[in-house]
Design a binder for this molecule. Structure first.
Ligand code: UDX
Ligand code: UDX
Length: 470
């Protein structure tokens, strides 16, 4: 079915975040005949999505400004008027955040579903006629059951409009696989679109929307539970690859091997594949840790202790990698960094995003601050206010404090070390002669992303540590 045959004409998406915003922008861009309204409780966020200056959208993604520029005001709308948008919609996407619970049963592992539940209740209360409800957020397996129960109660109550109109619902799972920094490319040309559900006609309504630009063989249809579990599994597999290569990086450093050579050697095996083999400071981002912990919680819930312990180790190794890097910096700087100025290049959890959720830089910086360092942080996209929120303290020039600088050169001035924590492309082209000239000697480069020109840094007189290089 192509989109002209899909009966869907109005979409509402609850949650204007990193997933909801770009996903709806691409649907609106590709389907001009569908009115897409993205709603959010956060007024500032909605205002930012409506900012006439496309450089100020709340999510930084290469190419997103052009997509929003084409569709906004035509068939893409951002508003805080949640009820009206739900009532008008043929299809409602739930794209609210599902963080790890911080208290109560399952604290530290289970997903906090309060916003999913609240959104489902709101849909139950105000939807009209037949509405297809699509889970876009990553959710524990069998969440759709809860969503269906909430919607089903509204159906039975007949709490529909007074004119006696009945309301009915179908629930689908349609997890998002986009990666930040490449979201627009991932959405425009996805490896696959996954749709889980029980109602074949609802599945085809959603498939018909994607079929406007995605070849049908890439649109996979499964049952609800397979779809929910596939998303958790995909993230667990990807994260596991990173922990695996980081564990080998430590062994490379100890033995004189080079993790990039090992990565190339194993990556040419088509069964292994070459992607996701970059050693680094550990994975960050809003999904990997949260989804694995969620998987671990589910396994324990079903009595699968060995399976839970197996996946839990992926997170343990990731935290260890971050601690290991912080400890190694202290050790190489003669066992003390108290009062020393350290330049930190990159704070985002990866390049090409302003997102810092679970960024390895947060843990590493906190540990260096704890040791009394004076950090000077630079990131091309992350604001000073965001860094303050993540580090839990305002900027200060004192020992155990942090400040921002406008450029790597300014950050490095008077510093004993430069730490690269995010692989921004510009860090591959740093002028090490200039940087070396303004640092205090002996000076160090700690390159946790192995992106800098290490030979140039050595030639400029710096000692160099690169992740995974023995
Ligand atoms: C997404 C997914 O939905 C999450 O499950 C996945 O694991 C990570 O990616 P994301 O878009 O990154 O979340 O989250 P975020 O940027 O926090 O956006 C969620 C938005 O929902 C926020 O803007 C928040 O204000 C909004 N929200 C939340 C509502 O509008 N209503 C609510 O009840 C709760
Ligand atoms: C991930 C999944 O890729 C995506 O499919 C899912 O929808 C959301 O979670 P994202 O978190 O945006 O996407 O970024 P990703 O590119 O997967 O990187 C995650 C983390 O792993 C980053 O901190 C990145 O620096 C790190 N990473 C990635 C490595 O350290 N080495 C690699 O080889 C790849």
């Amino acid at each position: 079915m192509d989109s002209a045959r899909s009966p869907i004409r109005t979409i509402c998406c609850i949650g204007a975040g990193y997933v909801g915003g770009p996903t709806m922008a691409v649907i609106a861009d590709r389907c001009p005949h569908i009115q897409v309204t993205v709603v959010d409780l956060n007024v500032e966020r909605i205002d930012a999505w409506n900012d006439p200056d496309l450089a100020r959208l709340p999510v930084y993604e290469p190419g997103l400004d052009a997509v929003v520029g084409r569709a906004r005001g035509r068939n893409l709308h951002f508003t805080t008027e949640v009820d009206g948008a739900i009532a008008a919609a043929d299809m409602v996407f739930l794209s609210v955040n599902t963080p790890t619970k911080t208290r109560g049963v399952g604290a530290g592992q289970a997903s906090d579903l309060r916003w999913i539940e609240a959104s489902a209740r709101q849909v139950a209360a105000v939807a009209r006629g037949h509405t297809i409800v699509v889970e876009k957020s990553t959710l524990p397996v069998r969440t759709a059951e809860a969503v269906k129960a909430i919607l089903g109660a509204a159906q039975q109550n007949g709490s529909g409009p007074a004119n006696g109109e009945t309301k009915t619902f179908s629930v689908l799972s349609n997890p998002e696989f986009l990666a930040e920094g490449t979201a627009i490319g991932d959405l425009e040309s996805p490896d696959r679109v996954l749709i889980g559900g029980e109602d074949a006609s609802a599945i085809e309504c959603l498939a018909g929307i994607y079929a406007t630009w995605v070849p049908d063989e890439r649109i996979l249809r499964t049952n609800l539970w397979s779809s929910e579990l596939s998303k958790l599994t995909a993230n667990a597999y990807l994260a596991q690859r990173i922990s695996s290569i980081n564990s080998i990086a430590a062994l490379c450093e100890a033995t004189g091997a080079d993790v990039r050579e090992v990565g190339r050697a194993i990556g040419t095996d088509s069964r292994i594949g070459s992607r996701f083999l970059q050693a680094g400071p550990g994975f960050g981002g809003s999904c990997f840790q949260k989804d694995i912990l969620n998987l671990v919680y589910l396994c324990r819930h079903y009595g699968l202790e060995e399976v839970a312990a197996y996946w839990e180790q992926v997170v343990t190794l990731n935290t260890w990698q971050q601690d290991r890097i912080a400890r190694m910096v202290v050790q190489r700087l003669f066992g003390t960094i108290t009062g020393k100025r350290l330049a930190v290049l990159g704070f985002a959890f990866k390049a090409d995003t302003n997102d810092t959720r679970e960024a390895p830089a947060i843990r590493i910086c906190r540990e260096l601050i704890e040791e009394g360092a004076r950090l000077v942080i630079v990131d091309p996209k992350v604001s000073s206010a965001q860094i303050a929120a993540d580090l839990g303290q305002p900027p200060s020039a004192a020992e155990g404090g942090w400040q921002v600088a406008a450029s790597p050169l300014e950050a490095a001035t008077g510093a004993d070390a430069v730490l690269i924590l995010t692989e921004w492309r510009e860090y591959a082209r740093l002028d090490w002669d200039a940087i070396g000239a303004v640092m205090r000697r002996p000076a160090w480069l700690f390159d946790a992303r192995a992106i800098a020109d290490a030979d140039a840094a050595r030639a400029a007189g710096l000692n160099v540590w690169r992740v995974g290089e023995g």
